[in-house]
Design a protein around this ligand. Sequence first.
Ligand code: AMP
Ligand code: MG
Length: 340
Amino acid sequence: MKSVPKIFLKSIVLLLSLCILTGCSRQPVSYSATDIGMGTVISQTLYTTGEDETANIIALIRKLEEDELSRRISGSEVAGLNVSAPGVPVKLSEELWEELLLLQEVSLQSGGAFDITLGSLIVLWNIDGQALTDNGEIHIPTEEEIAGALERSGYEKILLQDGCITLKDGVQLDLGAAGKGIACDRIGDYLKETDVSGAVISVGGSIVTYGKKPDGSPWQVGIVNPEDTSRLLGTLSLAGEWYISTSGDYERYIEVDGIRYHHILDPASGYPAESGLRSVTVVCNSGILSDALSTACFVLGWEEGMKLAARFGAETVFVDREGNIHLSEGMKDIFKQAEE
Ligand code: AMP
Ligand code: MG
């Protein structure tokens, strides 16, 4: 057998040492970005041995909003459904079909507390705007207006069959309660195709944690104190891929004559939900579920909400109006309250 030339062996040793010193043991580099998208703030921190992915992630979120979810952007799939002829089946994209099946399940399981057909009511309350009339005054909807909008809503007025949706009675879809969670799911899927080794990304009140921090320690995700939004209520300690969503009455609201009108509506009354809660945080392995459940739980209140979330394998933190914190069993290992 021929012996391997010395020069060849030497170059392999040299290459191996170079590899250990540089490329092969490359440490992830961290990138951060803050942008506006989906009508909210998007913050990203990610660690990668490859290129900076933050711009790609923003582009992905904007595309999701423009092509699929937005009620206000006329070219989107949801906006198209809202102007489709009532009672006529419309073919859905595969993604929206899957999402709507799941959201309808949350509606069913929550007894209608979660409802994506509240479009007319949401427009009436001007939740996307400032609830101002033409002359600049805040308009609180009248009982008659609310009753009218409720006639054009109800999750049972949606029929999902063979990849198609049929909307009855002029129902208008609004996916505002699940869209940010859907964005987090898409981000989670995208990250798996990249060299990103760890990331924590928030899209408004919905957050995805992914992979590992370079030092291997768990992600620390802060929960806002609803009594004083400049402070933290506590932190969640999470390792790996998790989806976290918070719904709170401090996120979007107007105050008139000392009454706070916030953006989470009770489909039973047509008014902002009054279930004795200030905020709900839901943690589970799906963005769409964590977001839909946080809204549903806010409407249901902490006892019913905790039961609902448990049925979907989700853990919860509730803050009630007296400032009490209610934790689900599994949450006790995840949540650490901030010191006063
Ligand atoms: P979130 O902040 O995730 O709780 O979602 C609140 C948003 O979802 C609102 O701004 C509305 O667009 C919409 N929404 C309000 N109330 C409900 C409800 N009961 N079910 C489903 N969507 C709702
Ligand atoms: Mg939600």
